[in-house]
Design a protein around this ligand. Structure first.
Ligand code: ADE
Ligand code: ZN
Length: 336
């Protein structure tokens, strides 16, 4: 195969860290605002896109929750999810494990059923028409109370068959994983798996706490784990995957420049690192752009790209047989 750009786009990959609300492009914000007769604070799509300049996680979240307020009915969630799947397919994504934040919507009076119904019907269509397999991960907003999270979990339980795992997102600083230990215990007792954002802006202790108290299968971001050598050794030993999001980390100033990102060091240190897009409508690119940006700035090799794509399947919630089939496809494409 010719250029690395073409190889990066073509290699089969799983996306494991993707907030569906973070795929809401400015064009769709305007379209839905018009549909629902809502007024926006921005005069044009371009003006809105220009506002996507962030100092840190919180300054992004303020804009992100405001953007999500145009999502009102089931067909909006369907359109949002369908648009993501088409873009992901163009980037070589064959399996997507998608986060959704029900509290962002139920707090505005949107029924839980409208949120999950629209997402699920689009995922089913995406499997039929694009062949993309999926899992759904329900995230709790950590800036809200544990009681609010428990109420959300109870609302979700009638749909538990459609949900694979629970997750934890939103403002990390000051909202340690321990706050949600009993909610996660309840979710696990209902047969759900667990993941959590940790070590994005928060300290390495939050990563250890997510493992110890929430019993997560993987860590979302986790890049600050590098500050604690004992924690790093544990992540390597226990093969705990990190779902790293390079463009997000630079846009939210976790690293000043892509050249400073620690993805390559973590990968070469033996961690199961994966590459993901987080909130691609806000951070300047979908998953292939994240691979490309890391490849260019860090001088990744073709073997590194193959390892990252392989890790994405290894770290997924797919059954062993499906993981192995995709790992073979990655190796075959590499040999072409
Ligand atoms: N919600 C959406 N994107 C997020 C991120 N990068 N960190 C925490 N919460 C989020
Ligand atoms: Zn995230």
């Amino acid at each position: 195969m010719g250029s690395m750009d073409a190889f990066i786009r073509a290699v089969p990959k799983a996306e494991l860290h993707l907030h569906i609300e973070g795929t809401l492009e400015p064009e769709m914000v305007f379209e839905l605002a018009r549909k629902h007769h809502l007024s926006l604070h921005y005069s044009s799509v371009e003006a809105l896109r220009q506002a996507y300049c962030f100092a840190d996680l919180q300054s992004f979240l303020d804009v992100y929750y405001q953007g999500a307020s145009v999502l009102r009915d089931e067909s909006d969630f369907h359109a949002l999810t369908s648009a993501y799947l088409r873009r992901a397919h163009a980037d070589g994504v064959v399996h997507a494990e998608i986060f959704f934040d029900p509290q962002t919507h139920t707090a505005r009076g949107v029924p839980f059923e409208a949120v999950i119904g629209g997402i699920r019907s689009a995922l089913a269509e995406g499997k039929q028409t694009l062949g993309i397999t999926h899992r759904l991960i329900l995230c709790f907003l950590r800036h809200l109370s544990a009681e609010d999270a428990m109420t959300t979990l109870e609302q979700a339980l009638p749909h538990a068959g459609a949900i694979t795992a629970v997750g934890l997102d939103s403002s990390e600083a000051g909202h340690r994983p321990a706050k949600f230990a009993s909610v996660f215990a309840r979710a696990r007792s209902e047969g759900l798996l667990a993941v959590a954002h940790a070590g994005e802006e928060g300290p390495p202790e939050y990563v250890a706490e997510a493992l110890d108290l929430l019993k997560v299968s993987r860590i979302d971001h986790g890049v600050r784990s590098e500050e604690d050598p004992a924690l790093l050794a544990r992540l390597v030993r226990d093969r705990v995957p990190l779902t790293v999001c390079p463009l997000s980390n630079v846009r939210l100033r976790v690293f000043d420049r892509m050249e400073d990102h620690n993805l390559k060091r973590l990968l070469h240190g033996g961690l199961c690192v994966t590459v993901n897009s987080d909130d691609p409508a806000y951070f300047g690119g979908y998953v292939a752009e994240n691979y490309l940006a890391a490849y260019r700035a860090l001088g990744l090799s073709r073997a590194d790209i193959v390892q990252l794509a392989s890790n994405s399947f290894e770290a997924s919630f797919l059954p062993r047989g499906e993981k192995d089939a995709w790992l073979r496809r990655v190796r075959e494409l590499d040999a072409d």
